[in-house]
Design a protein around this ligand. Structure first.
Ligand SMILES: Nc1ncnc2c1ncn2[C@@H]1O[C@H](COP(=O)(O)OP(=O)(O)O)[C@@H](O)[C@H]1O
Ligand SMILES: [Mg+2]
Length: 397
């Protein structure tokens, strides 16, 4: 699929902007702080309802304005779709498809994109929660049904935690024990589905990840993804994410996962009642990134960590393109090329040129290989400008 046109109103530093995009590579170029990342952040939000930079959506509304509007014309399967979201400083966000109101959470079904930005380094170096979010977002993009399962799991988890807390405060009554058993079954059913879905996804990600890492890093450091499961005794808080017990259960083992989960809860019951919280389940799992059999977190160099994060995003794009009926996801590379040397730039360009549409941002025009730079959009102070003062005199080498 591709974006043919983007309109922004009061989004970040854009009062009003109209941005046409072409098929294939589009280079968004301009000095730092002009609004390149803001532009692609808007598209990322349309596709995931979240920003790669902030958790509070209010930050995306132009200062002084009450609401921002992101409107994109999309094209896939010969269809032309107008997708729109209004981000309100106060009150709920609103979404429309072809000018009809839809539930906001339905919006991601219409637009699939994969965005890589320097912030994604946190996938490798940051907390497990970022890695869980990465997996779950990809799960939902591939099978929208799972967003319901994830939401249900969160709800059951909250209710179970409330019960554990009240049991801790007032001592566990027999009636509460019965209720806890019911919540346990719900938690196990939903949680096992999530654990197994993540395991299947990780298995599918591996081959494209290895391929993408090699092309980005220019070397094979044996990138690997190892599930670290709390139901097998890996404890996020104790930092035992790479414990030997933390092996992934074999795929397609739905009932085996549920059995393991049930056993773990039984073993943890006293501790859970003491702490007033649920100590095992997909909300406490991690995914360990390895290079050459060592955890990337704490061992990998800056360049290796960076290649890993980028390779993961490229691998996600590859999976989405493989099983999508609406064509390739739009690939968005924010500020990627400045970080790479010439040969890596060339290899990355080769890896992405096959995509239906690739949006690339760069502060320096020359950092981006010529094959990706034919269609350039120049940004200055929150506006698309026709005549770039800085780049116009530049001769490409
Ligand atoms: N809500 C907002 N209202 C107005 N300006 C904003 C808002 N959020 C960010 N900005 C401005 O946007 C600019 C940064 O844009 P960005 O897209 O990150 O730049 P770059 O071109 O370097 O990627 C900064 O000048 C910042 O002050
Ligand atoms: Mg930027």
């Amino acid at each position: 699929m591709r974006v043919t046109h983007l309109s922004l109103t009061d989004f970040r530093n854009y009062a009003q902007a109209e941005v046409p995009f072409g098929p294939g590579p589009n280079l968004i170029v301009g000095r730092n702080g002009q609004g390149k990342t803001n532009l692609v952040e808007a598209l990322g939000f349309l596709s995931t309802l979240s920003s790669h930079r902030v958790s509070q959506t209010g930050a995306m509304v132009r200062s002084g304005a009450e609401s921002a509007i992101i409107r994109a014309r999309l094209e896939y399967n010969g269809r032309d779709i107008l997708a729109e979201v209004q981000i309100n400083r106060s009150g709920l966000n609103r979404a429309q498809i072809n000018r009809s109101v839809i539930k906001t959470r339905e919006l991601p079904r219409y637009f699939s994109s994969v965005l890589f930005a320097p912030e994604d380094l946190a996938l490798v170096r940051g907390d497990p929660s970022g890695r869980r979010r990465f997996l779950d977002q990809l799960l939902v993009l591939r099978s929208p049904r799972l967003s319901g399962v994830l939401a249900d799991y969160d709800r059951v988890l909250k209710q179970r935690n409330t019960l554990l807390k009240s049991a801790r405060a007032s001592g566990l009554k027999t009636t509460q024990l019965g209720t806890l058993d019911i919540w346990d079954e719900r938690l196990v059913a939903l949680g096992s589905e999530i654990i197994d879905a993540r395991a299947d996804l990780v298995a599918e990600l591996m081959p494209p990840l290895q391929k993408a890492y090699k092309s980005v890093a220019g070397a094979d450091h044996g990138p690997n993804l190892v599930a670290s499961l709390s139901i097998l005794g890996a404890d996020e808080e104790a930092g035992e994410t790479a414990s030997p017990a933390a092996a992934s259960p074999s795929a397609s083992s739905g009932s085996a996962t549920a059995d393991t989960f049930r056993t773990a809860l039984a073993g943890l019951r006293r501790k859970e009642l003491d702490r007033g919280m649920t100590l095992a389940g997909p909300h406490r799992d991690d995914l360990v990134f390895e290079l050459n059999n060592l955890p990337a977190k704490g061992y990998a160099s800056h360049g290796e960590s960076w290649s890993f994060a980028l390779a993961l995003k490229l691998a996600s794009a590859e999976l989405l393109r493989r099983d999508s009926s609406s064509g390739d996801p739009v690939l968005i590379l924010d500020d990627v090329f400045a970080e790479l040397d010439q040969s890596r730039r060339r290899r990355l360009a080769e890896a992405v040129t096959g995509y239906e549409q690739v949006l690339i941002t760069a502060a320096v025009f020359e950092d981006v290989p010529a094959v990706l730079a034919a269609h350039a959009i120049h940004i200055h102070a929150g506006a698309v400008v026709a005549a770039p003062e800085a780049e116009s005199g530049t001769v490409r080498g």
